[in-house]
Design a protein around this ligand. Structure first.
Ligand code: NAD
Length: 252
């Protein structure tokens, strides 16, 4: 028996590392998954992995920053599977590394639009469906950098701190509807995202492993395990929480 048997999940950014691993994990535990991403080919690769393993999934092009696209993705999940119980929001852009003086306004606004407003939009359209299904779980991917900061990432760290607060806000507003809302904050995790700032994963590890007391970087599967906990009924009493999965980064 799977830990998500009978559940229907919508996962954004699921062509990517962390949300892709989570979509595969959800499906392996019995969920039917709508695999959403702006990268449709990548979403189709995630679906191919899921179906090859015997799971159920559909791919969907979705730009979470576009209200029409977000709403259409929610409608597509309803058309394909008839309900929504789990929403995982994983999208974030790779914005330029620059302080406020040097960061172009367009990059600030784009990061806020995708990282934060994208969550607002997906929740706006999906939460009524989760309520109609009798309740469920929303998981918003934030970051350890929502709690602590590094230099020259003002848009990213601000969008992630706001994601944690937005999650708590929605947790309060929808608790009586049995909709739990939590954020999930990874430490540095070995995905393509880290290669935006370093040439190779080896260079990433040299730079970032020393900041993680556990002595390694996260793997997407580490985050998928935590997302599964938040998605499943095992976390039935957990809402308004920021689950930090960072190998001790923020404990220092
Ligand atoms: N990898 C890390 O070290 C790390 C650390 C902390 C937090 N995070 C967070 O984890 C989440 C997933 O990151 P990842 O490391 O798996 O990155 P990734 O680059 O592997 O995946 C990100 C995915 O987001 C998609 N995406 C971008 N814009 C989109 C949009 N407008 N609509 C829909 N999809 C869009 C991309 O196409 C990509 O598939 C992000 O929110 C990121 O901020 C990652």
């Amino acid at each position: 028996m799977g830990r998500l048997d009978g559940k229907i999940a919508v996962v954004t950014a699921a062509a990517g590392g962390i949300a892709g691993a989570s979509a595969r994990r959800f499906a392996a535990e019995g969920a039917s998954v709508l695999v959403c991403d702006i990268d449709l080919e990548g979403a189709e690769r995630t679906v191919a992995d899921i179906t090859a393993a015997g799971g159920t999934a559909r791919a969907r092009h979705c730009d979470v920053a576009d209200p029409d696209s977000a709403e259409a993705a929610v409608d597509a999940a309803m058309d394909a599977f008839g309900a929504i119980h789990v929403l995982m929001n994983g999208a974030a852009v790779r914005e330029p590394v620059a302080n406020v003086v040097d960061l172009p306004l367009a990059d600030w606004e784009h990061a806020m639009r995708v990282n934060l407003t994208g969550i607002f939009l997906m929740c706006k359209y999906a939460i009524p469906r989760i309520v109609a299904a009798g309740g469920g779980s929303v998981i918003n991917v934030a970051s350890q950098l929502g709690s602590v900061v590094v230099p020259n990432r003002p848009a990213y760290v601000t969008s992630k701190a706001a994601t944690i607060q937005l999650s708590k806000s929605m947790a309060l507003d929808f608790a009586e509807d049995n909709v739990r809302v939590n954020s999930l904050s990874p430490g540095a995790t070995e995905t393509g995202r880290l290669l935006a700032h370093y040439q190779t994963m080896e260079a990433v590890r040299r730079a970032l492993v020393p900041l993680h007391p556990i002595g390694r970087l996260g793997q997407p599967e580490d985050l998928a395990d935590a997302a599964l906990f938040l998605a499943s009924d095992e976390s039935a009493f957990v809402t308004g929480h920021d689950l930090i999965v960072d190998g001790g980064y923020t404990a220092v």
